[in-house]
Design a protein around this ligand. Structure first.
Ligand code: HEC
Length: 504
């Protein structure tokens, strides 16, 4: 095993703009176990701490430690350089069941407060969520102050808590598996709430006297501010359409009426009457997005101005490129699929290192998990070279703009027969998931989609020659990369050529 080099320097820049000075970074005592090669940067992978039980939230504290919750009810702080852990508090009234328990937490950067959201089972068997503020001392948390108690359920309890750039507390609640809660302005569920650090309603909230900041959410699992103050949330969809949303004050996100984009007839009709904000990106098939962070450090320059997102079902790290204004998605790169199992949360240190928390001891572990020393907090940190470290598999790039369009076209034109999961209907509509026709010769696939099938018995495949080249390229590229398919995309120019050859 090799130890990391630790020669990187931290640039400390003053906002005033004058001076930038370099500080040596601290060295890590944990060995580097493997390496992940980006375009130019090589990341060393090491375990900060192991044998945890679902670290649900990890965040970088103002004391230079990583603060984390575990789902059964503890709050700890670990020194990232050594892995030394201090349990700050356990809360016996936390009720852990399936997705319930100790969930989101935020450590205030300038005030001595820690905010936690957890589920609690009352004596009369009702489930509630509580947001509690603690005061931080060097080695414990004291003076619990209940800021908010609101309805919970056996699922969809959110949550994430984060501190806004203006110091306010932002809390994402789930719809508590009661769909009408989400749009309802009178319910605290299915919302993002904004409050002062004492739980009171800020005078400048968008709905006077209310905590509500945005509504129409199903079950948010990640919250993060970008460097320019834009506010993003990751959210679980139902059978389709996981979402990444740009959150605006008073924003309406339309769950349960619209999932993902307004791309189905009923959704389009709804969107004609009710103004809603569509996601900046949506994933079908679903991947179960979890914690997010904006990455703006130059330390891993390939990841600069991206949203880093862990996923549970897909067990991957998504690196989602943003435009300069940080309000739309340019594409995503998928790393580590299945390597460490479910990734529940992540955080970024001021040095630009990325920390990931696994979630393999939760209610729904993937095949082959949990591993003996799960769960873990893992560090990704630049190293000078991989030496003879074990290399982790290469990333997969996805052009999100055309993928999003392809997914939308698939939903409008294909999924009625081939189904959202691409598995079709036995003996009637063939599966496109793992179909050799889909992943094989691109020209043959395009010809079939253009002309349909000429079979004169049973169900027919209609032709789609009427669609513009770009749309045909988007939808065929989509099915070649969707579900378990892993074939290259098809450029619009190739579609044009085939159309010309066929006289279409
Ligand atoms: C009205 C139902 C229907 C719609 C809509 C439809 N298909 Fe099909 N599709 C079929 C049927 C039926 C077959 C089988 C044809 C055959 O065996 O001759 C088929 C076959 C296919 C195949 C070959 C799969 C294999 O493994 O043999 C592909 C690829 C395909 N469709 C893609 C698409 C795409 C892309 C769209 C949307 C742009 C679409 N289909 C829309 C009914 C449909």
């Amino acid at each position: 095993m090799t130890t990391s080099w630790n020669v990187s320097l931290l640039l400390v820049c003053f906002v005033a703009g004058s001076a930038c000075r370099q500080q040596p970074r601290k060295s890590f005592s944990q060995p580097t176990e493997s390496a992940l090669a980006l375009d130019a940067t090589v990341l060393g992978v090491s375990t900060v701490i192991e044998d945890l039980n679902v670290p649900w939230e990890i965040c970088w504290g103002p004391d230079g430690r990583i603060w984390f919750t575990e789902q059964s009810g503890s709050i700890s702080a670990v020194t990232p350089e050594t892995g030394e852990r201090k349990v700050m508090l356990t809360i016996p009234e936390v009720y852990r069941q399936r997705s319930l328990g100790m969930l989101g937490m935020a450590v205030h950067p300038t005030e001595p407060y820690v905010f936690v959201d957890y589920t609690h089972l009352k004596k009369d068997s009702t489930i509630v969520s509580k947001l509690v503020r603690y005061t931080r001392t060097a080695d414990t948390l004291k003076d619990p102050l209940l800021l908010l108690e609101f309805p919970g359920n056996t699922g969809h309890n959110g949550s994430r808590v984060t501190i806004a750039p203006d110091g306010k507390v932002m809390l994402a609640t789930g719809d508590a598996a009661r769909y009408p809660n989400a749009p309802d302005t009178a319910s605290l569920n299915g919302k993002i709430l904004r409050m002062n650090t004492d739980g009171s309603v800020p005078a400048d909230n968008p709905y006077p006297g209310k905590l509500m900041w945005s509504r129409g959410h199903r079950n948010i699992q990640g919250l993060a501010y970008t460097s320019n103050g834009n506010f993003f949330a990751s959210e679980h969809g139902d059978a389709t359409d996981d979402e990444l949303n740009l959150i605006r004050p008073k924003g309406y996100y339309a769950w349960p009426h619209i999932e993902g984009y307004a791309d189905r007839p009923k959704e389009k009709t709804y969107a004609d009457t009710f103004a809603f904000i569509p996601p900046v990106f949506s994933w079908t098939p679903t991947i179960a997005p979890a914690g997010i962070e904006h990455y703006m450090s130059g330390e891993i320059h390939e990841w600069r101005n991206t949203i880093l997102m862990g996923t549970l079902k897909n067990a991957s790290l998504r690196v989602i490129r943003l435009n300069e204004r940080q309000d739309s998605v340019l594409g995503e790169t998928v790393y580590l699929t299945g390597i460490f199992g479910r990734l529940r949360d992540l955080c970024v240190s001021p040095y630009g290192d990325v920390y990931l928390a696994t979630s393999n001891r939760d209610w729904n572990p993937g095949q082959g998990f949990p591993k003996e020393h799960d769960d873990r907090i893992i560090r990704l940190s630049p190293i000078q070279s991989a030496g003879n470290l074990k290399m982790l598999p290469k990333s997969v790039n996805r052009n999100t703009a055309s993928l999003a369009k392809g997914a939308m076209l698939y939903a409008s034109y294909c999924e009625a027969c081939h189904k959202p999961d691409g598995r079709g209907i036995k003996k009637t509509f063939p599966a496109l998931d793992r179909s050799k026709v889909v992943t094989g010769d691109a020209a043959a696939l395009v010809q079939l989609v253009l002309k349909g099938s000429k079979k004169n018995t049973g169900e027919q495949m209609p032709g789609f020659a009427f669609m513009p080249d770009e749309d045909l390229a988007a939808v065929t590229s989509y099915i070649r990369g969707a579900w378990r398919n892993q074939a290259d995309s098809i450029p619009a120019a190739d579609i044009r050529k085939i159309k010309e050859q066929e006289g279409l």
